[in-house]
Design a protein around this ligand. Structure first.
Ligand code: SPV
Ligand code: MG
Length: 432
């Protein structure tokens, strides 16, 4: 009898896993390598339960002798560390993206003098399929709210996409692309003041009130599970901001970002002719700390957005404000710029990281969009927000179809520019 290693996520315990554990006990003591949140998030969506909750379940499964953390997606570092006599795995890894890892595991076990045991995959049950079913069940405000902090801890960089309606939320929720390093998907949604107001044909001047914006949010909340960051504009008066924080929190929103402008708020990406006044530092600090005092949970985040660079200020000025906002209790900093070259943003990020190793840093690379997420991460960013792309994509597509129908006096020619009726009927569960 020897030591048998089994790596699992342990988010959904199903008969397929119990079957493998039972099989493993025939070879010796079963050591579970429980994948950490960051190991899972490097390849898939974040598990529903955090590591501690999963550990509490897995260590009581009959047949399990010991549970150790597996910090990487690959089993190899733990195989080298614990040198088990066996590793056991379902035989479903023979094909598909896991097959490379399988080859590596065979090579390492051979080198260590151990064996690989493959058990027939339990048909009809696998955690990926179950996770898809769980998505259709939905989430709770509490789980959704907490998810952003978990993602910041688990992902190299958290990827957020704008959503302004239920339908754009559905796209953000489900969009995924299989890449060499795993499945890429969006981690959450940005509720943008610009796209919320534009989709109503109104200007982005804090004119669309909170009640109105919450109606859009409710539609998104009803058909998605991923965390949401709310664009809180200036936050209004501190007294109003306290109410906004509570309302957002109650709805399961993870974070609000407020910007340090004063007077009539204009969108930051306007030309240089629009000069926006910055709020006095103490006033904005007071707003941040009023928001922090108002929140009920420990997990909600108030993120302070610096408009110094937009207003023509220097990186030094922005850093001075960032320090004051952190002292006032900000859970994160967003630095904004409309310059294309990204120099000042990179400079700010590097210097901010020298001051604060762990305070989350948010970037909105709408103008400096030549930089990849990998590069922004290297500068020190934790969250990247694609702030308006769903709305900007939909407008030209709708306009083109409207004009095509006008120029032909019928809709036949526009069909190629539209999704098929069958597809739209299948898109939303329950339509058929
Ligand atoms: C928004 O999306 O409304 C924002 C980001 O505030 S920006 O438009 O870049 O100012
Ligand atoms: Mg905005």
């Amino acid at each position: 009898m020897g030591l048998v290693y089994l790596g699992i996520t342990g988010d959904i315990i199903h008969p397929g896993i119990i079957n493998i554990i039972q099989e493993a006990t025939k070879y010796g003591d079963v050591m579970i390598g429980l994948l950490t949140d960051s190991a899972i998030a490097s390849h898939k969506r974040l598990p529903y339960l955090d590591y501690g909750q999963r550990l509490a379940v897995v260590e009581y499964i009959k047949g399990v002798s010991r549970v150790v953390p597996q910090d990487e997606w690959s089993y190899i570092p733990n195989l080298r560390k614990y040198k088990p006599d066996f590793i056991i795995h379902g035989d479903d890894w023979k094909e598909g993206p896991m097959s490379t890892l399988r080859d590596q595991v065979f090579a390492v076990m051979d080198e260590l003098g151990g064996k690989v045991i493959e058990v027939p995959y339990t048909k009809g049950i696998d955690s990926t399929a179950l996770s898809e079913q769980m998505k259709s069940i939905g989430t709770t405000p509490e789980i959704r709210l907490k998810a952003l902090r978990r993602l910041i801890a688990a992902r190299p960089i958290v990827r957020i996409m704008e959503a302004h309606s239920g339908l754009s939320g559905v796209i953000v929720e489900h969009a995924s692309v299989e890449m060499e390093d795993g499945i890429h998907c969006y981690d959450g949604m940005w509720s943008s003041s610009l796209t919320d107001s534009t989709s109503k044909g109104k200007p982005d001047i804090e004119a669309v009130d909170l009640t109105n914006r919450l109606q859009d949010l409710t539609n998104i909340l009803e058909c998605t599970t991923k965390p949401i960051i709310f664009d809180g504009d200036t936050g209004g008066l501190a007294e109003h901001f306290a109410f906004t924080v509570r309302t957002l929190e109650r709805n399961g929103i993870s974070a609000v970002i407020i910007e340090d402008k004063q007077g009539l708020k204009k969108n930051s990406l306007f030309g240089t002719d629009v000069v926006q006044q910055l709020a006095p530092v103490e006033d904005f600090c007071n707003k941040i700390s009023t928001g922090k005092r108002a929140q009920v949970t420990n997990d909600f985040m108030v993120i302070a957005r610096l408009e110094s660079l937009i207003a023509g200020g220097t990186v030094d000025e922005a850093l001075a404000r960032a320090k004051a906002y952190v002292v006032a209790g900000a859970d994160g900093i967003m630095i904004h710029s409309k310059k294309k070259d990204g120099h000042e943003i990179k400079d700010f990020c590097t210097r901010f990281r020298e001051l604060y190793a762990h305070i989350p840093l948010v970037l909105v690379p709408t103008t400096y969009n030549q930089f990849t997420e990998r590069e922004l991460k290297a500068w020190g960013a934790n969250i990247v927000i694609y702030a308006n792309h769903m709305l900007r994509a939909s407008y030209p597509a709708m306009k083109q179809v409207a004009e095509t129908i006008l120029s032909h006096g019928r809709s036949l020619e526009a069909d190629a520019q539209c999704m098929p009726i069958k597809q739209i009927l299948d898109l939303i569960p329950g339509t058929r």
